[in-house]
Design a protein around this ligand. Structure first.
Ligand SMILES: *Cc1c(COP(=O)(O)O)cnc(C)c1O
Length: 431
């Protein structure tokens, strides 16, 4: 089936410009044709090597082509294991459910039901919103400034970014935005503000079905909420009889150090959304966790053709082994400290860019006050062989999110390339 002509000729980026829709996005920041990936590294067709500090926006927490996960998927295919089964019972699905209960839920004293929505993060969020409305009979969802929850209608209605919201083409309803932790600076306690709005019958704010938040806003500019803030949001939910949803699509699966990103806050969300790295190998997969009493779906009420893909089940079940002990968490904590120290010292060493370090665990970055600094640094890094994205509504934050499995050598090399890239942009500025 391979076409010799196509295979021989290197693909140029122009091919994508000619054939692929304008909607393409990351390809614009990293304009090359990638051919191979392993661990924290990628190669393009010119043979140039890149260190991956983006990790599929958090979909590749265990790196590219992890050998153990890959072997499991290969073995399953060689046995003619069922690949597509709608949501029928398979051995692969049973194995995932069992291991998720044993390794994740039980040790944390959780008894959430595991729901398989369609295989993307936004599907998990849509399912969460639907069930919260169905259970409470209320229509509003309370969400936060700079939140990102996905690109389908329900998720967009609770996403802050104006450009993304406009893409909907219709008015987005049934959501109410509140200030995230730190939105008005350290002095303003936003939980007190929300509480006042909910208590006052004159505030115009209806009682919502649920409050949904990200523990760290990845797309929104690496805004970190404190553990205390999360705890107080939970208390507020209990006081007002509002469901609590944590969107752990990007921060879950260890991005901040623990399997769920809210563990250190000691909260117990009613609903938890997961996707991105839950599949382990980078295959599409999502789950929505529901407290058992919320699980009032009628059979098929949230249906879908790709709810649970068996190759993902196989890789996902194996990937849970990373969380059977505390080794990975300890490694993340240790290296996260190094990342933080490096980013702080880089921000200080190149003061003209007016950068400040921020983040938690393996989702860190530098927020720049100076114009397009983050984008320029990302472009410089790409030239030097480092893949690093930006985030925030003005693309003002340089985002550092290596695979959690990166070794010290890779981390040091990547951080050195980052430093050189920041210096290059800094040296270009006058004054
Ligand atoms: C990426 C992301 C989503 C959307 O996931 P998709 O798979 O792109 O639909 C939702 N919420 C958060 C927090 C995300 O980071």
């Amino acid at each position: 089936m391979t076409n010799a002509n196509v295979m021989e000729k290197p693909q140029t980026i122009e091919l994508f410009e000619e054939l692929e829709s304008q909607v393409r996005s990351y390809i614009r920041s990293f304009p090359t044709v990638f051919t191979k990936a392993k661990g924290y590294r990628l190669w393009d067709e010119a043979g140039k090597e890149y260190i991956d500090f983006f990790a599929g926006a958090g979909s590749l927490n265990y790196g590219h082509n992890h050998p153990v996960l890959k072997q499991k998927v290969i073995d399953y295919m060689m046995e003619d294991g069922v690949v597509h089964s709608l949501d029928m019972a398979t051995k692969a699905k049973a194995e995932f459910l069992k291991r998720f209960e044993q390794i994740i839920l039980k040790p944390r004293g959780m008894d959430h039901k595991i729901m398989f929505p369609g295989p993307t993060g936004t599907n998990s969020v849509e399912a969460a919103l639907k069930i919260a409305r169905k259970v409470t009979g209320r229509d509003t969802i309370m969400c936060f400034t700079n939140a990102f929850h996905g690109m389908t209608m329900g998720s967009l209605s609770i996403t802050g970014n104006a450009m993304k919201r406009e893409g909907a083409g219709v008015a987005l309803h049934n959501s109410v935005f509140m200030p995230y932790d730190g939105y008005f600076g350290e002095e303003v306690d936003t939980v007190d503000y929300i509480d006042a709005m909910l208590q006052d019958n004159g505030s115009g704010v209806d009682k919502p079905a649920a409050i949904i938040f990200e523990t760290v806003q990845g797309e929104g500019g690496i805004n970190v909420s404190s553990y205390e803030w999360m705890k107080r949001i939970e208390q507020l939910c209990r006081r007002h009889d509002i469901l609590l949803i944590v969107d752990d699509v990007q921060m879950g699966c260890g991005r901040t150090g623990t399997f769920f990103s809210f563990e250190k806050a000691g909260i117990e969300p009613d609903i938890i959304c997961m996707s991105k790295s839950i599949g382990g190998f980078g295959l599409p997969f999502a789950i929505t966790l529901l407290r058992p009493e919320l699980d009032i779906w009628k059979p098929g009420e949230h249906n879908g053709t790709f709810r649970g893909n068996n190759l993902s089940f196989v890789a996902a079940a194996e990937a849970l082994s990373f969380w059977a002990d505390t080794k990975l968490t300890e490694k993340i904590d240790r290296q996260a400290e190094q990342i933080q120290e490096t980013l702080e010292s880089v921000a200080k060493a190149y003061p003209k860019l007016k950068g400040s370090a921020r983040g938690r665990g393996f989702i860190q970055g530098i927020a720049f006050e100076a114009g397009s600094a983050a984008d320029e640094i990302s472009a410089e890094a790409f030239k030097r062989g480092l893949i690093m994205e930006t985030s925030g509504v003005e693309s003002q934050v340089l985002k550092v999110m290596p695979p959690l499995t990166i070794d010290d050598k890779g981390l040091n090399e990547g951080l050195e390339l980052l430093r050189q890239s920041v210096k290059a942009v800094h040296d270009r500025l006058d004054g």
